[in-house]
Design a protein around this ligand. Structure first.
Ligand code: KMH
Ligand code: ZN
Length: 288
């Protein structure tokens, strides 16, 4: 018998790859990065293109009429509806917003009725800023996701955030949908570095049964994709995390980052999963 025997169930590394696209973020400026999708139309056409390229989840930050980051509830609600109408993607709203957003506004994001939301498990230095996520806020946001039936994705920028994730689950129980899915956000100046050794260490600390994706900020994007694929993880890519496709070559559209991730996943014999498969994996009901 060879090690390729088909008698056994597929190993975790043999599963399909969940690709999340994070197309906008709150940090890049439209004037310096013209390809950044900032209007509703730009976001919806980006979402369609990225689904066609292999994305199953979209992590959404929105902008106002002046292309500045906003958590305006009316705009968020309209955005959720528009992406749901135009695509099958799981709509994950950011509750991180921008570093300047208040806790109250970040909690109110759930009023927009998304399928899923990000939930960062601790404070982290964020370049010259601080991304604040003190325990009482994290706990309140997590309790609210359970109350509202929104599936959280636990954003982990540092190893200490993994400890807070365990504390959340111990104190409040499993998330809505019953499955724990995390995203390792690596390479933020102030957070854990984006390299294979750190990725393996973080993954080994995750709760049993959890699935995870990883994203590398800036130039750590490719090393993190390759490390995540080899360690059996999923991927997040997009212009929130990197605006450079290769040295000296800016990203021209989010879909090219998704296409590259899907190609690498295919090469790893873990092709991109569909939004339907992602819903089953993450425990996200179809609200449409
Ligand atoms: N924009 C960062 C301050 C999230 O979306 O939940 C936070 C962030 C994380 O992007
Ligand atoms: Zn974000």
């Amino acid at each position: 018998m060879t090690s390729d025997s088909t008698d056994r169930p597929p190993s975790r590394a043999g599963q399909a790859t969940l690709i999340t696209v994070a197309p906008t973020g709150a940090e890049s400026d439209k004037a310096s990065v013209p390809a950044l999708p900032v209007t509703l139309d730009e976001l919806v056409s980006t979402a369609k293109e990225c689904q066609a390229a292999g994305a199953a989840v979209i992590h959404v930050h929105i902008r106002d009429a002046r292309a500045q980051p906003t958590l305006d509830l009316g705009r968020l609600t309209e955005t959720v509806r528009a992406i749901r109408t135009a695509t099958d993607l799981i709509v994950q709203l950011s509750t991180g917003g921008a570093v300047t957003d208040s806790f109250d506004r970040r909690l109110a994001v759930l009023d927009a009725g998304p399928d899923a939301c990000s939930l960062t498990c601790g404070t982290v230095n964020f370049g010259d800023d601080v991304f604040l996520n003190p325990w009482p806020f994290v706990r309140e946001l997590y309790a609210l996701t359970r109350e509202r039936g929104v599936v959280p994705e636990f954003e982990l920028f540092d190893l200490g955030h993994v400890a807070t994730l365990h504390r959340l689950l111990d104190e409040l129980g499993a998330p809505h949908g019953g499955h724990v899915h995390c995203d390792l956000v690596m390479g933020v100046p102030g957070g854990m570095p984006g390299n294979a050794a750190t990725l393996v260490q973080a993954v080994s600390a995750l709760p049993a049964g959890a699935t995870w994706s990883a994203t590398g900020i800036g130039r750590s994007s490719l090393p993190v994709i390759l490390a995540a694929l080899s360690a059996g993880g999923h991927l997040r890519v997009g212009m929130e995390d990197t605006v450079t496709f290769a040295r000296g070559r800016p990203v021209t559209r989010n879909a090219e980052l998704v296409e590259r991730a899907a190609t690498l996943a295919e090469l790893a014999q873990r092709p991109a999963m569909s939004p339907g498969e992602a819903r089953a994996l993450l425990g996200v009901p179809d609200h449409r």
